[in-house]
Every structure is written in C-alpha cells, then in structure tokens.
Design a protein around this ligand. Structure first.
Ligand code: GUN
Length: 297
C-alpha cells in the first residue's frame, strides 16, 4: 500500500506565504520603509552557516534589507551583548536573530533577553515566550512551531480536538509547539502530549497520535510501528548520518524513517522540503510585522 500524494509540500506553502508578504513589503516601501533584519552568527557551526545563508537569500529575494554579523567562536559574552545593544538601537533594523547554538561561554538566556522584544523576530525573549503562554497575539512566536501550525492550517489538517504528540521538549520547537497547540483558539485546541528522554513508553504515546510532531534530533527515530495508520506526521529533524555511498561521506535524514512511514501516514512532511521552508517564511512574516509595528508606534 503506497500513498504517493500524501506529502505536505512545505516549499509550495512557504512560497504562497512569501507571495502574500511581497504586497505588505511593497506597502511599507511606499511609505519609505524597507524591512530590515540583522543576523548574528557566532563561530563556524556548519549547519548554522547553511541556515543563516538560506535566511539571507530569502530576505534578499523579498526585498528585506539584511546584514550578517559573524563573531569568532571565542567571543566574550559582553561583546555579543554590546553588538545587540547597537542593533537594538539601529532604526534601519526591525528584526534581530541570533542563530543557536551558541558557544558555552555565552549564556543563551542572557543573550535572548537582551534582544529588544519588539525586534525579537525569533520569539525567544522571555516577554514573547510569556505572551505565547498567555495566548496574547501581540508577541512574536518562534518560527519553527509557528511554521508547523501554519502548515497544518494551509494543508487543512484539523487540530481542534485532535490528539497531538510532540516528541522533544526543547525551547526552540517542542515546548512552544505544545503551548501553541493547546491554546483555546481556532487552528489550535488540541490535546497535547510532550514526550522526552524520561518518557516511559514513547512508542505507545506515538501510536495514539492523530498528529505526530517529531523534534528530538535523533536520526530516523520514528519507525512504522510507532505511527497509527492515517496519522499526520511532521518531521522537524535534521541529522547528518554517515553514508559511504555519498560523495561527502554523509547525508541528511530526519527524525522519521521516511520510506517506512510514508505509506501508512495520512499526510507527511518531506524532509527536506517540509518544515524548513516554513520556518524561514515565518521569520520573514515576523520581520514584516515588526516593521509594520515600528511605523505604527
Ligand atoms: N537554531 C535552530 N533553529 C533556530 C531558530 O529558529 N532560530 C535561531 N535563532 N536559531 C536556531
């Protein structure tokens, strides 16, 4: 039994969202404002280089001004905070993104609390995290879970009353994803279970899920026997695994054993081409909103 057309095309949905943003960007430009976004990358983590590169490219394609600050791996926390103070004060910039992970000498929570909440297009500042928990729509929501919610909405996957199981409790995806899905709101209203490293029987939880969202960072963790036939499967993972047949000696896989799970899933995100493009689209959307709010102030 194969289900060839059950893919949720994140690239196409992201392109749709970006198309909608071009009108808002044109309206801002007509008022003399170009949305501006600063990227801060610390060190040379290969994955972070790729991610920031993609975000820069999408910004340029949409006509969003972007600038990237690359700091050495050994940078002192105080220097990074000083840079953030300058970026906070720069009226050309409406959004600031400090790419995670950060080196050990830097306290991530201090960094994210230093980004001005109104420029925190990553949604990592405690003020925005608090607004998310409260269901206050004036905050910025983290881009990956926001992208997943938007992807479910645009793919017409019903979340109201659904059993959603989230694998992973990280601050970037798992925790905010669960908070968003359990809100009393249209496009949310789900019954959410978060599984993590101390969960006793993860497969049993997974098999109950109408929607299974996997963000744990373990290559091909979710196998076919963990998925209820017909379930919607969202794969957030990006894992590099050795592959002797590949020119580079490695390849990227998700957290879901895709070939085995796709035939029985109701809908499933490809990986790549599922969640990743939606994350970038949400970053662009948050930046445009930050610019709109800046001129409304
Ligand atoms: N690292 C992995 N995902 C993200 C993200 O959404 N934002 C930032 N800043 N860093 C990340």
């Amino acid at each position: 039994m194969t289900a060839p057309d059950n893919l949720i095309d994140g690239r196409a949905l992201a392109a749709q969202i970006q198309g909608e943003l071009t009108e808002r960007i044109a309206a801002l430009k007509a008022r003399g404002v170009q949305p501006g976004l600063a990227f801060v990358r610390v060190g040379e983590d290969p994955a972070s280089r790729v991610y920031v590169g993609r975000k820069e490219k999408t910004s340029a394609a949409l006509g969003i001004l972007s600038e990237t600050h690359v700091l050495p791996e050994t940078i002192a926390e105080a220097e990074l905070l000083a840079l953030l103070a300058r970026l906070n004060a720069d009226p050309r910039l409406h959004g600031i993104l400090v790419q995670a992970p950060l080196p050990r000498q830097i306290r991530q929570e201090v960094v994210y609390a230093t980004v001005a909440p109104e420029k925190d297009v990553d949604g990592f500042h405690p003020m925005n995290v608090g607004k998310l928990m409260l269901g206050d729509p004036t905050g910025f929501k983290p881009c990956t879970p926001a992208g997943i919610l938007e992807l479910l909405k645009r793919a017409q996957v019903k979340t109201d009353g659904a059993e959603v199981v989230v694998l992973g409790r990280g601050n970037i995806v798992g925790k905010p994803m669960a908070a968003m899905l359990c809100q009393k709101a249209r496009g949310a209203n789900a019954t959410v279970t978060i599984c993590h490293s101390a969960t006793r029987d993860i497969p049993a939880h997974c098999r109950r899920a109408d929607i299974l969202i996997v963000a744990m960072g373990v290559a091909e963790f979710v196998k076919a026997d963990m998925v209820r036939p017909g379930a919607v499967v969202i794969d957030v993972g990006v894992n590099r695994v050795p592959d002797a047949t590949a020119k580079s000696g490695s390849r990227l896989v998700g957290d879901v054993a895709f070939a085995a799970v796709q035939p029985l899933a109701g809908r499933i995100t490809p990986n790549p081409g599922g969640v990743g493009p939606m994350t970038i689209a949400m970053l662009m959307q948050n930046t445009v909103r930050a610019a709109e709010q800046a001129i409304a102030r």
